[in-house]
Design a protein around this ligand. Structure first.
Ligand code: K3U
Ligand code: ZN
Length: 178
């Protein structure tokens, strides 16, 4: 459907820029440039076995990301969620509870980190056709949303790791948990 785009990595300054909001007054469904970008993000995420990807990771500074979810070895209880494009996403509110969990990132290859995230969030976003959604997410999906939302602020998961010892190589991570 779409094309695989190159994913920029840690050290590239474009990963550290704040993304621009999209104009909600535009007919997003008719914006072929946007529709092509979303298709390319979906294809890139799938090709790289990710459960999310944000536009800044392909060097596009727009407030857009994809969230998907499936059960996996670290989060066996994770629900299945079809890949969903989210435009101008915001966290409206969150619960008090922070949960530490292991994350990876297509822009930080070969590293895993233990990151605290809110367990429950209430969010709003526009879908690829400009429809407004308000949804509640918890656990793994809430984690992915917060990870992707950080990319729109120029942050990566390493910025949120509390103890440097909680950053592992992929090999160490597999030895401990694989
Ligand atoms: O860590 C990864 C993973 C893949 C499948 C199941 C569980 C974990 C691959 S990295 C990944 O999918 C990032 C994608 C990124 F970097 F482009 F945003 C999303 C993510 C993974 C794990 C926790 C939070 C977010
Ligand atoms: Zn990431």
């Amino acid at each position: 459907m779409g094309n695989v785009r190159p994913v920029i990595e840690l050290g590239d300054r474009r990963l550290r820029q704040r993304a621009q909001a999209m104009d909600p007054g535009m007919d997003l469904g008719a914006d072929l440039h946007l529709q092509r970008l979303i298709d390319d993000l979906l294809t890139t995420m799938t090709a790289k076995n990710g459960v999310g990807i944000a536009a800044p990771q392909v060097a596009v500074e727009q407030q857009l990301f994809i969230v998907a979810s499936r059960p996996n070895p670290r989060y066996p209880q994770a629900p299945t969620m079809e890949p969903t494009a989210m435009i101008n996403p915001h966290i409206l509110s969150h619960g008090d509870e922070l949960v530490r969990g292991w994350e990876g990132c297509l822009s930080v290859p070969g590293r895993r980190g233990l990151v605290p995230r809110y367990r429950e969030i209430e969010v709003t976003y526009l879908d690829r056709y400009g429809q407004v959604h308000q949804r509640y997410f918890q656990d793994f999906i809430a984690r992915i949303f917060q990870h992707e939302h950080d990319h729109l602020q120029g942050k990566v998961f390493l910025d949120r790791v509390e103890d440097p010892q909680d950053v592992l190589t992929e090999a160490d991570y597999q030895q401990r948990f694989g």
